[in-house]
Design a protein around this ligand. Structure first.
Ligand code: GLP
Length: 269
């Protein structure tokens, strides 16, 4: 894992956006995996700025979001579809029909959504760059602790803790779904490059368990240790629990020196 620690969340977003931009240069028709939550919002804002400046275009890209609530319509303000429109899609040139979320239409069998979503990802050629946040309990997407590390896109029941964390998005008396459809852990692991962002002190425990803890279904993000190309971007407060922090800084300085000398390296080159 490449762990890069920045003094603040803004720098994390800038580096993340830079990686998206670099991917678009190499592959203008890239397939992105997008995430919701508070964390990636700054990254999306930065990409919108870069798009407005004429530096990036999403016109040829396809996207697959990690997850979607089950039981609320897509046009409800709390759906992840609405979140993506509001925070990103409405301001860039991505074709709406090329943006996908694992949503279940009214009356559709939710158990059929996962396999169909997997098929769509395969048909698009797989995900080139998957953006991830991390839950306080170490979840990725909505793969809660105890999720099979071999899981595929499916219905998941959310933990009490996740419901509490996300309750801020629902008004008093508003229906908050207890179920969601999420890409599985094995689905996420098939992305060619994974970019995980974590900011704020309440993520410090999850980040330490993900990077330095044992690989365990009880911290789903720890499975990323088994992926060959993961970049973890964190701010200082989220890095507070890392024991090898000094080493990550040293490794980054060495990597930077290599990039300055030889340029960035992509496996596709
Ligand atoms: C949600 C999403 C995850 C996200 C996580 C953290 O439950 N399903 O994809 O990474 O929570 O969210 P935040 O960035 O708001 O802390």
């Amino acid at each position: 894992m490449e762990v890069v620690i920045y003094p603040d969340a803004e720098r994390v977003a800038r580096h993340g956006a830079g990686l998206v931009e670099a991917m678009l240069k190499v592959k203008p028709g890239a397939v992105f995996g997008f995430a919701t939550g508070r964390t990636p919002i700054a990254l999306y804002r930065r990409l919108v700025e870069r798009h407005r400046a004429g530096a990036v275009s999403f016109a040829r890209t396809t996207s697959f979001n990690l997850d979607e609530y089950l039981g609320i319509p897509a046009d409800s303000p709390q759906s992840y579809r609405s979140f993506m429109d509001r925070e990103f899609f409405d301001y860039v040139d991505i074709e709406r029909e090329n943006t996908h979320l694992p949503a279940c239409a009214e009356g559709e069998n939710p158990q059929r959504v996962g396999p169909a979503y997997e098929e769509k990802i395969r048909a698009a050629g797989g995900i080139d760059l998957q953006i991830l946040g991390i839950g306080h309990n170490g979840h990725i997407g909505f793969n809660e602790p105890s999720s099979s590390l071999a899981s595929r896109t499916r219905v998941k029941t959310l933990t009490r803790r996740t419901l509490e964390d996300n309750s801020r998005l629902f008004g008093p008396g508003e229906f908050q779904p207890r179920l969601a459809i999420t890409m599985g852990i094995a689905t996420i692991m098939e992305a060619r490059h994974i970019l995980l962002l974590a900011t704020g002190e309440n993520k410090a425990g999850a980040v330490a368990r993900m990077v330095e803890g044992p690989v365990s279904a009880m911290c789903p993000a720890s499975v990323l240790q088994l992926h060959e190309c993961v970049t973890v971007l964190v701010d200082e407060p989220a890095a507070a629990g890392l024991q090898y922090r000094e080493y990550y800084d040293l490794a980054n300085r060495e990597n930077q020196a290599l990039i300055e000398r030889f340029g960035a390296f992509y496996a596709d080159d």
